[in-house]
Design a protein around this ligand. Structure first.
Ligand SMILES: Cc1cc2nc3c(=O)[nH]c(=O)nc-3n(C[C@H](O)[C@H](O)[C@H](O)COP(=O)(O)OP(=O)(O)OC[C@H]3O[C@@H](n4cnc5c(N)ncnc54)[C@H](O)[C@@H]3O)c2cc1C
Length: 432
């Protein structure tokens, strides 16, 4: 088949029908903005507790990063543990790491409870070292993680690496057996079904334009204007991640939208697929400008990376197909003749400190900043913030940590500095 500029996962899924023709309710307890993992996980948890919830989505269910990602359900955070400990201290970092492990269980439990057919499997992840010094650091990291967080990672020497990956370019690897894989589009569709089953209303093509404080019959709340009409809510949960826009300007200034792109090959012969990834791991490399890759359940190689820093558009997607194919053949020369069937892109949400953040800003609840680790953490934060809104006091180490904006406040939500950041990361990969 000819190359399709289309998200492969969408060919594998059916989304639930939503309230396409119904008017928005006049009043709800909670308006959730965004129907991805964060928003739908929150909507499910809130509706299960009896809240009247409206999920407002400017496009369609899962349209954002949640249907476009690699489906790697990963332990840990984007930043390394030593950096986390030096920034937040041992105790808080221990809580953050524990939350990252709990987020894995949260996804597994949700999938089980709701019977979501999304190929969830604890297949483990493999990080591969692009330089000898990156590999040397794995043993130190594994030691800290075992000692401080009671979690075991296995360091794989170069000579043993063929049992994990059919590529000879790496200096060794590190395996975490707890990480998992899923089909993200089926997962987000399943979360939407679960939210609807719990009683939440999902309203597609309802772009939130403004959110203003308002009082109604003596009660404090929020007036939202949307492309499907107005709505009044006691509370608002902003779950817009990399697509955060002008409706919530304070959050928009805190988040850098960064493009990430993926290709998938044609379906590969069984023997070749087995050779490329004998244990079916979720794989990523040790660079800043990294590649991540895995087999899909129907045996395509899915290969992703930051082929362009700017978010997805026709040009960046088209250019990415060639760049990623070149990168893939660099890792796997065996795929030189494999046809590329699909290419697509999506937008990641990076905070300036590369950390997840959650809590309240200007009176609205929010959770974002997952920096490419959002499948598990977004599900978890959606649930935790729902618990907070319901009046519980859940442990959540990402609430209340400093949430820095751009240095000198030089950012209005338009990431003019992305080409510079892209060049900087390439430079770091060269020297570090
Ligand atoms: C290409 C790619 C690969 C990735 N791979 C992985 C991976 O393998 N593993 C991993 O853990 N993470 C990965 N991620 C990150 C992960 O997908 C995200 O962190 C996660 O999906 C975030 O979910 P979310 O619900 O917070 O946001 P999203 O799924 O992005 O949803 C936000 C939604 O908000 C809606 N919205 C925005 N503004 C408004 C408005 N004004 N009104 C109404 N709706 C609005 C958008 O339309 C969008 O649907 C990847 C991301 C990308 C782009």
């Amino acid at each position: 088949m000819a190359l399709q500029e289309h998200n492969y996962w969408l060919t594998t899924v059916e989304f639930p029908a939503t309230n396409a023709s119904l008017p928005l309710p006049e009043v709800v307890d909670v308006a959730v903005i965004g129907a991805g993992f964060t928003g739908l996980s929150a909507a499910r948890a809130l509706a299960k507790r009896g809240a009247k919830v409206a999920v407002l989505e400017s496009e369609t269910v899962g349209w954002g990063a949640s249907s476009r990602n690699g489906g790697m359900v990963l332990t840990g955070m984007k930043l390394g543990v030593n950096q986390l400990i030096s920034r937040y201290g041992r105790e808080l970092t221990q809580c953050m790491y524990a939350a990252s492990l709990a987020s894995m269980d949260c996804v597994e439990q949700t999938v089980r409870e709701e019977g979501i057919d999304c190929d969830f499997s604890r297949s483990g992840h493999l990080e591969v070292a692009c330089k000898q010094k990156h590999f040397d650091d794995y043993a130190r990291q594994a030691e800290v993680i075992a000692r401080e967080f009671n979690h075991t990672l296995r360091v794989v020497e170069k000579h043993e690496l063929s049992s994990e990956i059919g590529s000879t370019i790496y200096y060794g690897g590190m395996v975490d057996e707890v990480s998992a894989s899923c089909n993200p589009a089926r997962y987000v569709a399943g979360l939407a079904r679960a939210a609807i089953k719990a009683g939440a209303g999902i309203f597609e093509h309802a772009r939130v334009q403004t959110v203003q404080r308002d009082s109604r019959q003596g009660e404090a709340g929020w007036k939202l204007s949307t492309s499907r009409g107005p709505l009044w809510a006691h509370e608002v949960f902003v779950a817009t991640s990399g697509y955060t826009g002008r409706a919530t300007p304070a959050l928009q200034k805190k988040i850098i939208p960064i493009g990430s792109f993926i290709i998938t090959t044609e379906v590969l012969p069984e023997k070749l697929a087995q050779e490329l990834s004998p244990r079916n791991r979720m794989i990523y490399d040790s660079k800043n400008y990294l590649y991540y890759y895995r087999l899909t359940p129907d045996r395509r190689m899915l290969f992703g990376g930051r082929a362009a820093f700017f978010p997805e558009n026709d040009q960046t997607v088209r250019r990415s197909a060639g760049i990623l194919r070149h990168g893939m053949i660099g890792v796997y020369p065996q795929l030189a003749d494999a046809k590329i069937d699909y290419v697509w892109g999506g937008t990641l949400d990076f905070a300036f400190d590369i950390m997840p953040h959650a809590g309240q800003m200007d009176g609205m609840y929010y959770a974002l900043g997952y920096a490419g680790h959002g499948v598990a953490m977004a599900t978890y934060q959606g649930q935790k913030i729902a618990e907070l809104m319901a009046g519980d006091k859940p442990d959540n180490p990402f609430v209340g940590i400093p949430f820095p904006g751009a240095p000198l406040g030089l950012y209005n939500g338009k990431p003019w500095f992305l080409p510079l950041a892209g060049a900087w990361y390439k430079f770091l990969d060269w020297v570090s």
